[in-house]
Design a protein around this ligand. Structure first.
Ligand code: ADP
Ligand code: MG
Length: 521
């Protein structure tokens, strides 16, 4: 399809090429032309990018989609295989119920319509790591339709529509780098259940694609249907990218980029493609539909194959599997098994616990955080303080030591006890979040109060003691007191600091400030 480029300010052929093997002299028109070419400024912002993502999510089932072989990641090559995985003649597939349950879970989470009459189809193609010579997939009846993923970029919320989610089986892996002369095949992955989640071409920037994938990964993990690990390939993404002049309705010719093993790389590849496609159109050339691969080391993409004609997969209904019917009862059962979803929880935390937007979002970033928060507030109703602990000292400790929250050594009760210690005026947040927290992590069987006592950190709130210290400081600094009284009110910090020093950090500073103000005024 030809792009409209009439309004391009300057359209030029590619500059003349210098042959390496003979001297080439530019003539004057060519020099003028070359300068014009180099000066031509491409107006990238005249264009709108259009992006649709295809995501494959490996389902967290124990066994494969159509047989009892292990669906676990890795394992020694070709150890998770039986005659069924190997497609020996006479073997027959049997449906994995949990895969269907997972598909419904994700579909409901993404507000899809669930197809209750499901069929499988054979998608025929030849590939060395596909023993049957076809992939069992869903063709005309994807289990989920419609629905959307909600994204937020720079405070703007958008719903990215889903075209479909269907169940299919994964292929094996061809390994090209284990032998010099041969390609090795590992069929452990062959037959592992996948969901293919296809978006409508609703995304318009790499930032939106980033937000979409981040949200999708969060949700597949939330409802525990996929571990979301892109490096291990349990979540994989192909990005379809095209460009068109802003205001155009018709879609441009798309390219599809593969081999994107992190969300960051999806973003990088999309940026590269948007720029490359605009430059093709601006130079008056035509985009050809093709499949490209991302080369992360060189920050570039290269063509794998052109896709001028549609692939012919010769789909037909899978004769070895009966259609399966999802009953209303089963659907209801799955619905009831869903955990509270982040959107609803965020709302509850804001409405009921009076948390700020930011705090609610931070807690709802992943389910382990929500679970930990919920467990902590069973022992403390100071919600805001609990949030401060979790997104403050706890989070930075975990980041610093590269630990996941579910491997965190402190129990929710201990965090609640730290909050209580501060609320009781026994220590301040500073002391609690540094010295007590650190000591607690070294002796996780102790209680915060015990540690505070042992380390002699319980602050002094005894008014008589405090008054002695305050008087001492006031007597020690008559000049400063004079300055204070003549209007330099900022000096109160100096006095407070002195009291803190004398008390060896144990004075209750809230009371100290109150006393100082009383005595000085
Ligand atoms: P295929 O299975 O051949 O890749 P689909 O029609 O299923 O084709 O589309 C795959 C993805 O490509 C979808 O996410 C869709 O939104 C996206 N897409 C389709 N056309 C375009 C386009 N012109 N520009 C960008 N994305 C597109
Ligand atoms: Mg595709």
């Amino acid at each position: 399809m030809k792009q409209k480029v009439k309004s391009t300010p300057l359209r030029l052929r590619s500059p003349p090429v210098v042959e390496a093997n003979h001297l080439y002299c530019y003539n004057l028109p060519e020099i003028v032309y070359l300068i014009a070419y180099l000066c031509a400024v491409i107006q990238y912002d005249k264009y709108e990018a259009v992006i649709g993502l295809e995501v494959h999510a490996q389902l967290l089932t124990k066994s494969k989609l159509f047989c009892g072989d292990s669906a676990a990641f890795g394992g020694d090559p070709n150890t998770h295989i039986s005659p069924i995985t190997l497609a020996h003649p006479g073997t027959l597939p049997m449906m994995n119920k949990q895969a269907i349950e997972h598909a419904i879970k994700l579909g409901l989470t993404l507000r899809c319509d669930i197809e209750q009459q499901n069929y499988f189809a054979r998608k025929n193609y030849f590939y060395p790591d596909l023993p049957k010579g076809y992939q069992v997939s869903q063709h005309t009846t994807p289990i989920c339709k419609n629905g959307h993923v909600k994204i937020k970029v720079e405070d703007t919320e958008r719903n990215i529509r889903l075209n479909r989610i269907h169940i299919e089986e994964d292929a094996g892996k061809s390994l090209h780098d284990v032998d010099e002369n041969f390609t090795a095949i590992d069929l452990n992955r062959a037959g592992v259940p996948l969901l293919e989640i296809v978006s409508e071409p609703d995304l318009h920037s790499s930032d939106e694609a980033f937000a979409y994938l981040t949200e999708l990964r969060k949700l597949v993990r939330w409802v525990e249907v996929c571990d979301g690990n892109m490096e291990e390939g349990s979540l994989r993404c192909d990005a379809n990218v095209s460009v068109r002049l802003k205001g155009d309705i018709k879609l441009g010719t798309r390219v599809e980029v593969k081999n994107l093993n992190s969300i960051r790389n999806v973003k990088r590849a999309i940026d590269i493609e948007i720029k490359r496609l605009i430059e093709i159109v601006e130079s008056g050339n035509k985009v050809i539909q093709e499949t490209r691969s991302f080369d992360a080391d060189n920050n570039t993409t290269f063509s794998l194959r052109s896709k001028e004609e549609a692939d012919d997969y010769r789909y037909f209904p899978e004769p070895d599997l009966t259609p399966f019917n999802i009953t209303d009862e089963f659907l209801q059962q799955v619905k009831e098994s869903l955990p509270a979803l982040p959107e609803a929880l965020e709302k509850k935390y804001k409405d009921v616990f009076q948390l700020s937007d930011y705090d609610a979002q931070m807690i709802c970033q992943d389910k382990t955080m929500v679970d930990y928060f919920e467990a902590t507030i069973k022992h403390s109703n100071h919600y805001k303080a609990v949030v401060n602990w979790l997104i403050g000292p706890v989070k930075s400790y975990l980041n610093h030591h590269n630990i996941e929250l579910n491997g965190f050594a402190l129990k929710p009760q201990q965090i609640a006890a730290l909050v209580q210690l501060i609320d009781d005026g026994k220590v301040n947040f500073n002391i609690a979040s540094t010295r007590i927290f650190e000591a607690l992590l070294k002796e996780t069987n102790k209680e915060p109060l015990q540690i505070a006592t042992e380390l002699n950190l319980i602050q002094d709130s005894n008014a008589d003691n405090l008054a002695v210290w305050v008087d001492e400081v006031i007597a020690k600094m008559p000049d400063k007191v004079k300055e204070y009284k003549s209007g330099k009110k900022g000096l109160i910090g100096l006095f407070a600091g002195e009291v803190k020093k004398i008390s060896k950090g144990k004075a209750d500073m809230q009371l100290v400030n109150k006393l100082l103000a009383e005595k000085l005024n």
